[in-house]
Design a protein around this ligand. Structure first.
Ligand SMILES: [Zn+2]
Length: 674
């Protein structure tokens, strides 16, 4: 199938009725597959055989199914806000939400206006004539959310987790990772050629001649290649110590003298005094500064123009939207655009998520569901505590710190206690691009003056309808949005064993273990980057973790490309720790409740493992798998299932697998970390 482009006249696609989801679904099982040979295919193969990835998606499965359902709820919230926006007080959050969504859905306006919404900024870029002017424009674009040169933002100080510090980190690339600029294989080279062609076409759409656009594209590529070469790899960035360089402003001015830093802070709207900046990648900042000094100003004009266009294209008229989609589909494999309402909804969730969250929760998440989910999480905590207490390789000194860290680990379940105040957000009835930029400016101004302030521990990094969860090492907390706490993850009225496999293993156990994975273990109970490990314990941990690195290096990701065991180590540790902990929690819950019945022919232990495997039910396009091997710290779903279960004797026992079966790894290869 070729690419299907949006057309200005296309009708809105009707939303599909979502399929009812179960935490454990026997109809997904392929009974022709032996569970001991390939457990992922056993648990999900029935579904995989029937599934076709919809054209607008790069993958299908649990995440897509749950997101589709959640988005129908969010859509009703947005449509209601849109209908009521003129009858509500103008400054109210509902009116702003309605205005945002209405301006996004106004495709006639986007077609009519073409490039007009970003014309003033393009004119500013065209008029840049000095090096100081380049830096001023970088600053201005960053505030609007454009990916220009580097990232600047406040976040917790890794060595003083109670306070924010300003961060300056590598950024500014148009391809998804620095490796795309540095790898020399034919496939990567072909993507670089396609990127050049995309930049050229984008600049032609913006009015440049073919020759001028091609020349400008080469300048953009050359500039980004220099930035890429000075960027750290994703594997290097997994070590938080390598990205910690607390630097005084005086030293920063020596490191990157092309930027007048006090002026940069002022222009960014930072009025708080900034004494120090955490420079994530000093080599990158040095190179960026050198390029600001040496490259011709016209190269910078080309670079900034392309990045402004790239950032706005998806919301401009159809030729821009299609060009942007065609480029991005090289990485996602998607064959057609998502319907407009989904694109608008995702933008609203991304930018104004907490304005949506309150209404979403009222419709979807009951106090009973919250209480049940918390019970599972409590059992996970207790089981992990038991495991820590029994670890033979860990010294008592390290163990005391580990137990204290577990004890003080915070959790957030469902939705925030207080919702964000959107009073200062400006929304207009004008172009959607302007509202997107307004929302970016609002967000920037909300946080810009945080450096030096105490960290706000009530904040959420994911919105409520999100089908995901996270562990934040700088606060030592795990967070589970309501959008994830529903079938297929969890069913408050459903089978206990299945809930422990899915919510317990893939979610709660997984996030909790992140606090103790190769990255999380470097932070203490309060979130400070501080080594609390006895040296011998660190050595023992690393030796065990190496078994997981080797295990995943052995798996094929796509084509002949193997999984990157180093890049995915933290997630693979979290999966394995999550599953073994959840298994203990299941036994704890079974002992408490006595619910040992066989359902659909499967024992509680079997349903536990099947629900775990089904929580990874997915089907992914090869283009997406190729992108993820470079950019995604998660291994493919198949290995997130088969990897951990084949390290568990309890699995072999539950399914009567024998030594030598593919799902039974030999004892000397099995890590004993937790
Ligand atoms: Zn994770």
């Amino acid at each position: 199938m070729g690419l299907v482009f949006a057309s200005a006249a296309s009708a809105q696609t009707n939303s599909a009725v979502p399929i009812p989801l179960k935490v454990f679904d026997p109809s997904f099982i392929d009974t022709s597959v032996n569970a001991c040979q390939d457990f992922f295919s056993f648990a999900n193969g029935g579904w995989v055989k029937r599934d076709t990835i919809p054209a607008a998606f790069s993958s299908s499965g649990v995440s897509k199914d749950m997101t589709d359902r959640n988005e129908l709820v969010v859509r009703s919230v947005l449509e209601d806000a849109m209908a009521r926006r003129h009858s509500m007080p103008a400054g109210s959050t509902v009116a702003k939400l309605g205005t945002y969504y209405a301006s996004c859905m106004d495709t006639a306006r986007a077609e009519r206006e073409g490039l007009a919404p970003i014309k003033p900024e393009l004119d500013k870029i065209a008029a840049i004539s000095t090096r100081a002017g380049v830096v001023a424009e970088v600053t201005s674009l960053q505030k609007m959310g454009v990916n220009a040169l580097f990232n600047f933002f406040p976040s917790a100080d890794p060595k003083d987790a109670a306070h924010y510090i300003a961060w300056a980190t590598q950024g500014g690339l148009g391809m998804p990772d620095r490796d795309y600029y540095t790898k020399t294989d034919a496939a990567t080279d072909s993507l670089r050629q396609k990127y050049l062609a995309h930049i050229t076409r984008t600049l032609v759409l913006a009015g440049e001649s073919q020759t001028a656009a091609a020349e400008a594209a080469r300048k953009v590529m050359a500039l980004e290649t220099e930035l890429a070469k000075a960027s750290m790899t994703r594997v290097e960035r997994r070590d938080p110590n390598k990205s910690y360089h607390k630097t005084s402003v005086a030293d920063l001015s020596k490191m990157a003298p092309a930027i007048d830093w006090p002026l940069y802070f002022r222009s960014s709207g930072v009025t708080a005094p900034i004494g120090f900046v955490n420079v994530g990648q000093p080599e990158f900042m040095k190179r960026a500064s050198a390029l600001l000094t040496t490259l011709p100003i016209e190269d910078w004009r080309a670079y900034l123009k392309y990045h402004l266009l790239s950032s706005a294209s998806r919301w401009l008229s159809t030729p821009f939207v299609n060009e942007d989609f065609a480029y991005n589909s090289l990485y996602s494999g998607a064959k057609e655009l998502l319907p407009r309402w989904k694109r608008c909804l995702r933008s609203a969730d991304n930018q104004l998520g907490e304005a949506l969250g309150e209404a979403y929760v009222a419709q979807t998440f009951s106090p009973e569901a919250k209480a049940q989910a918390k019970q599972v999480i409590d059992d996970i905590r207790a089981s992990f505590r038991d495991r820590l207490q029994k670890l033979t390789w860990m010294s008592d000194s390290t163990r005391r710190f580990a137990l204290a860290k577990l004890e003080s680990m915070n959790e957030k379940v469902g939705y925030p206690d207080k919702w964000r105040d959107y009073t200062k957000l400006r929304m207009t009835d004008g172009s959607f691009v302007t509202n997107v930029q307004n929302a970016d400016v609002f967000e920037w101004e909300r946080i810009a003056n945080r450096p030096g302030q105490p960290v706000d521990k009530t904040e959420w990094d994911m919105t409520v309808p999100t089908v995901n969860a996270y562990y934040d090492p700088s606060i030592n907390e795990m967070v589970f949005p309501a959008g994830a706490l529903a079938p297929q993850t969890f069913d408050a009225t459903g089978d206990l064993a299945s809930n422990y496999g899915s919510l317990g293993g893939s979610w709660a156990g997984h996030e909790l273990t992140h606090g103790f994975d190769d990255e999380g273990r470097r932070y203490d109970a309060k979130g400070n980057l501080l080594d609390w490990w006895q040296p011998a314990d660190s050595v023992a941990f690393t030796k065990q973790a190496k078994l997981i690195v080797d295990q995943f290096n052995g798996y094929v990701q796509v084509d002949t490309i193997h999984v990157n065991g180093d890049l995915t180590l933290g997630e693979n540790l979290a999966d394995f720790g999550g599953l073994v902990t959840a298994y203990d929690a299941l036994e704890r819950a079974l002992a408490r409740t006595g619910k040992r019945e066989v359902i659909d022919g499967y024992t509680p232990e079997q349903r536990f493992f099947i629900a775990y495997a089904q929580s990874w039910r997915s089907h992914t396009r090869p283009e997406q798998l190729r992108t993820r091997v470079k950019t995604d710290p998660h291994a493919p779903a198949e290995w997130r299932t088969n990897g951990p279960v084949s390290n568990m004797p309890e699995f072999a026992q539950a399914f009567h697998c024998k030594p030598g079966d593919p799902m039974v790894r030999s004892a000397n290869l099995i890590p004993h970390i937790w």
